[in-house]
Design a protein around this ligand. Structure first.
Ligand code: HEC
Length: 478
């Protein structure tokens, strides 16, 4: 009966369309605006990262042909993860019918249609979407991004002045100037190291990707290697201070809203810590003065469980001896980790610089087919983000996580910063390389977290011991 009803409804529609050709016509007001307003305008509006606005019929018509091209090719909206086995929150990809609607609109001459049918243009409230923050941190002084030139990686020290240890539930971010901030990471530093780096640099902040080589804890990779060689002792607890990236409260990329951790999970921000705002600026053709703000929302009480950060390989690959010959297209770094206890994963991200090409994280549950947790087959340093799974992904004890990062150091890699290609080794400059996949997990059973944490500490120790930095005893990547 229901099906017959649907068929009848279609028949009526088809008859109406036959009588009135315009009913068949794809118009901006009726069909395209609802797509553009909800899926494009978050970035395509004044003051945002996209190069033009998409808020009116005129805007859309002027760029219509390109819009049809870039939506069909999936270049827009930007969304890097391949469609894998797991669904993500906030998936920006258009559906096939939406893509076809745009194609038909452009092929049909881009009619405006009945303005009476235009949905209301989206409004972007000037307030914080999550309400009044508990703490707003601002860059102490604006940083001038020139009109053009290379991308700039810069770190700004924002003292929290928190008098007590604090749990942070959600973080939001707001750039001040027209679209120069391409992405930002929020790191923590309680050692004063970032302040020193800032002081040593005459301009606001200091240079470098992701904290600019901030050791951010008890030991740098070189120190850990020295300790493992027996020059000094490292305790697992010390190592763990670094192992999990142990000092970050998320990040931001254009079009991204505030990020709230699931359940009662929260980030730990020690009293007196500095937030190090690590920004990738992309000049826009117009000089800008950028003074971003970070909004923090506190948890009312400490979380009932911790979350753990699985970083494969540890330290962004610092111990892997990354050393990529010019021309290499198949240079690969891999790392694996077996979960010793049940876990549930809730978010994933990856990191590499310009030569990174393909990043993949899979999970193999014993006795089951391997599932892809995350895969980017055309990595772009400009579109880094943390992707939250729609639901927790259950990873029972014994699950093996496999991370693979493939680099392309040939001239065919359009993002290769060197022409002709040069040998590239590990380092924090954007023209050096790094590589890792990061999975955020909670223990699947009460009391499971210490087991998982100990195994992660051991994994770091093993990575240090196996490193080519240990004097050639370890094997470098192939
Ligand atoms: C998350 C932010 C974001 C969203 C959402 C987004 N765009 Fe874009 N768009 C950009 C940025 C940034 C650029 C500039 C890209 C570049 O230069 O690499 C761009 C560029 C474009 C271009 C110019 C491409 C070219 O090659 O000249 C078109 C057309 C476009 N976007 C259309 C769309 C449409 C249509 C949608 C929605 C269906 C959309 N975009 C959604 C950020 C976004």
């Amino acid at each position: 009966v229901a099906l017959a009803g649907v068929a009848a409804a279609f028949a009526v529609l088809a008859a109406a369309a036959a009588q009135n050709p315009s009913a068949n016509q794809i118009t901006f007001s009726e069909h395209v605006a609802p797509i553009v307003f909800t899926r494009c305008a978050t970035c395509h509006r004044p003051g945002q990262v996209a190069p033009f606005s998409l808020l009116t019929y005129e805007d859309a018509r002027r760029h219509g042909t390109t819009i049809a091209e870039v939506t069909e090719s999936h270049f827009m909206p930007p969304w890097k993860p391949d469609g894998g086995d797991i669904e993500f929150q906030g998936d920006r990809r258009l559906t096939q019918p939406q893509i076809e609607t745009i194609q038909r609109w452009v092929a049909g001459g881009m009619p405006e249609g009945d303005r009476g049918r235009l949905p209301r243009a989206p409004s972007f409230d000037a307030g914080w979407p999550l309400g009044e923050p508990d703490l707003v941190l601002s860059m102490p002084e604006p940083f001038v991004v020139p009109a053009d030139g290379p991308d700039i990686y810069r770190n700004f020290v924002l003292p929290t002045k928190l008098s007590r240890d604090t749990w942070v539930k959600a973080v939001d971010f707001r750039p001040s100037a027209g679209g120069v901030v391409h992405h930002a990471a929020f790191l923590l530093d309680s050692t004063g190291e970032a302040r020193q780096k800032d002081k040593a640099d005459p301009l606001p902040g200091y240079g470098g990707v992701m904290g600019g080589g901030l050791t951010n804890g008890p030991a740098s990779p070189a120190e850990l290697v020295a300790r493992a060689r027996g020059v000094a002792q490292t305790s697992p607890a010390q190592a763990a201070g670094r192992a999990g990236g142990g000092g970050a409260i998320g990040g931001w990329a254009p079009g991204g809203g505030p990020k709230t951790l699931p359940d009662d999970l929260a980030y730990f921000v020690p009293a007196g810590a500095d937030v190090v705002l690590s920004v990738h600026f992309h000049p826009t053709g117009k000089a800008e003065r950028e003074a971003s703000k970070i909004a923090l929302y506190f948890a009312r009480r400490p979380p009932t469980k911790p979350f753990l950060i699985v970083t494969l390989p540890p330290y962004s690959g610092a111990f892997k001896g990354i050393n990529i010959p010019p021309g290499a297209t198949q240079y690969t770094v891999t790392d694996s980790f077996v979960l010793p206890a049940d876990a549930r994963a809730f978010a994933v991200s990856g990191h590499a610089h310009y030569l990174g090409k393909e990043l993949t994280l899979t999970a193999t549950v014993p006795g089951h087919a391997t599932m892809t947790l995350f895969s980017i087959s055309d990595w772009d340093i400009n579109w880094q983000g943390t992707y939250f799974f729609k639901d927790y992904v259950s990873l029972p004890a014994g699950t093996r996580l496999d991370a693979t990062i493939r680099y392309d150091n040939s001239a065919a890699n359009v993002r290769n910063p060197f022409n002709p290609p040069q040998r590239v080794t590990f380092g924090e400059q954007s023209t050096n390389e790094m590589g890792m996949l990061v999975l955020l997990i909670v223990a699947g059973q009460p009391g499971g977290a210490p087991t998982l944490r100990t195994a992660l500490e051991q994994h770091l120790q093993d990575a240090v011991r196996a490193s080519p930095m240990m004097g050639g005893r370890g094997r470098g990547p192939g």
